[in-house]
Design a binder for this molecule. Structure first.
Ligand code: NAP
Length: 300
């Protein structure tokens, strides 16, 4: 189940995908996509629920993606997930966008209904469920510092915090202007304080005293050789740390936070919950979350 299919397969009628046993009716689009763990989690859920469908990886370039997405109805698909770098393109390609996804500004889940495509976003709600599960606290009760507010995941998480009216939201991004723009956009959606600050040690130190949780949504930390995102001496045992990075066990940030006595976790629970919520949207039934969790923890 670790194959990657080319977008061309969908564009050419999906003959091979239809002939698979069970037939492929769900997929995740991305570029790159070979690393995605979604098939192992979703296929375990489909099997558990007795649904005769298979979930596969599809590699699509930015140019191929809109056409490949539009080919899903003709290929007999139920829906799809969308990951880097197609989430904004998906929002612009579908026929209808669910209100929550519209507010978040990106689509990661697509449902096929007849010839129409509807876009949803489960990244933000997935993060919210993950924080609740990991730290037994509601996101809305937390003061949040978000690193990487300019990326797709960061945008979804920032919007989720605004929608849930988090007590305080501090946005940081390597390219400061993106965080500043997002803070302005989100200010109209929340009556709590939303502030963009530059990625400078004195500013971060100052704000860290007024937050409960640090969420990393940058792509830094995925490799062992990545430098520290925050100097260890800025971290403390009072903080919760949620790192959305999930490949390769504990990221540098999680290790540093734990060494300071903070409660810290990687992004596997967000991956699980965004997938479980997508399953519920496709099939209008509860997802077998524990089966999905076990499948995620097993290397395919
Ligand atoms: P993206 O759209 O490419 O955004 C990348 C973000 O990282 C941008 O904010 C970028 O800042 C920042 N960045 C990149 N290199 C950096 C560095 N050296 N120092 C500081 N900031 C840096 O990617 P994405 O889709 O948002 O994904 C970001 C992360 O979220 C990835 O690690 C991904 O695995 C994770 N994620 C996890 C889940 C989950 O379910 N757990 C779901 C989605 C994403 P600039 O704007 O300045 O370029």
């Amino acid at each position: 189940m670790s194959e990657v299919y080319p977008a061309l397969e969908l564009l050419n009628g999906a003959k091979h995908l239809r002939s698979l046993q069970p037939p492929a009716k769900l997929c995740v689009f991305g570029d790159p996509i070979a690393h995605s763990r979604s098939p192992q989690m979703q296929n375990a859920a489909l099997k558990e629920c007795g649904i005769d469908q298979q979930y596969v990886r599809v590699h699509a370039t930015a140019e191929e993606f809109p056409k490949a997405l539009r080919a899903l109805p003709e290929a007999g698909f139920t829906g799809a997930n969308v990951t880097i770098p197609h989430k904004i393109s998906a929002l612009n390609t579908v026929d209808r966008v669910d209100e929550h996804a519209q507010r978040i500004g990106t689509v990661n889940t697509v449902v096929v209904e007849g010839s129409k495509l509807t876009g949803y976003n489960t990244d933000g709600p997935g993060l919210s469920r993950a924080v609740k599960e990991e730290f037994s606290t509601d996101l809305c009760d937390l003061r949040v510092m978000l690193l990487g507010a300019g990326g797709g995941a960061g945008r979804a998480i920032a919007a989720q915090c605004a929608i849930e009216n988090c007590e305080r939201l501090i946005l940081l991004n390597r390219t400061y202007e993106k965080a500043e723009l997002l803070a302005q956009e989100l200010a109209s959606q929340s009556n709590k304080q939303i502030l963009a600050i530059p990625w400078e040690l004195s500013a971060i130190r100052n704000q860290l005293e007024q937050v409960d949780i640090v969420i990393n949504a940058t792509s830094q930390g995925m490799r062992d050789t990545d430098p520290a995102l925050l100097p260890v001496d800025l971290l403390s045992s009072k903080l919760l740390v949620y790192d959305t990075v999930y490949s390769g066990g504990k990221s540098r940030l999680v290790q540093d936070a734990e060494a300071c006595g903070a409660r810290a976790t990687n992004g596997l629970s967000m991956l699980l919950w965004q997938g479980a919520l997508a399953f519920e949207i496709w099939f209008n039934r509860p997802a077998p979350v524990e089966v999905m969790r076990r499948a995620l923890l097993t290397r395919d």
